[in-house]
Design a protein around this ligand. Structure first.
Ligand SMILES: [Zn+2]
Length: 99
């Protein structure tokens, strides 16, 4: 029963999910993405990114490399972190109701 369903969430939703960890997200995730074009092994900054939740409750960032503008994505395994689970479910329910 694996599907590729993913829903887009806003940066506000992401802040809500991470809570006080959001600062770590900005400091430790955003500047450390992998760009296949630059080949800098997780030293590229992702910009103009969209944020998605997949059906495993993981977060996916899809954006562009700051230095070369190549499309890059970052996968965050929030689905395995218990403290994020409830909030992610809440965000999902909120979004799916609106749509
Ligand atoms: Zn790049």
């Amino acid at each position: 029963m694996k599907s590729a369903t993913k829903i887009e969430i806003s940066k506000k939703d992401l802040e809500f999910i991470y809570g006080e960890d959001f600062i770590l997200f900005e400091q430790k995730i955003i500047p450390y993405c992998y760009c296949a074009n630059c080949k800098t092994s997780y030293q590229s900054t992702i910009i103009n990114y969209k944020i998605f939740l997949n059906d495993l409750n993981d977060i996916i960032l899809e954006g562009f490399c700051k230095s070369c503008n190549h499309p890059i994505a970052r996968y965050l395994e929030t689905g395995e972190v218990e403290k994020y689970q409830k909030i992610i479910e809440k965000v999902k329910r909120k979004i799916l109701k609106i749509n």
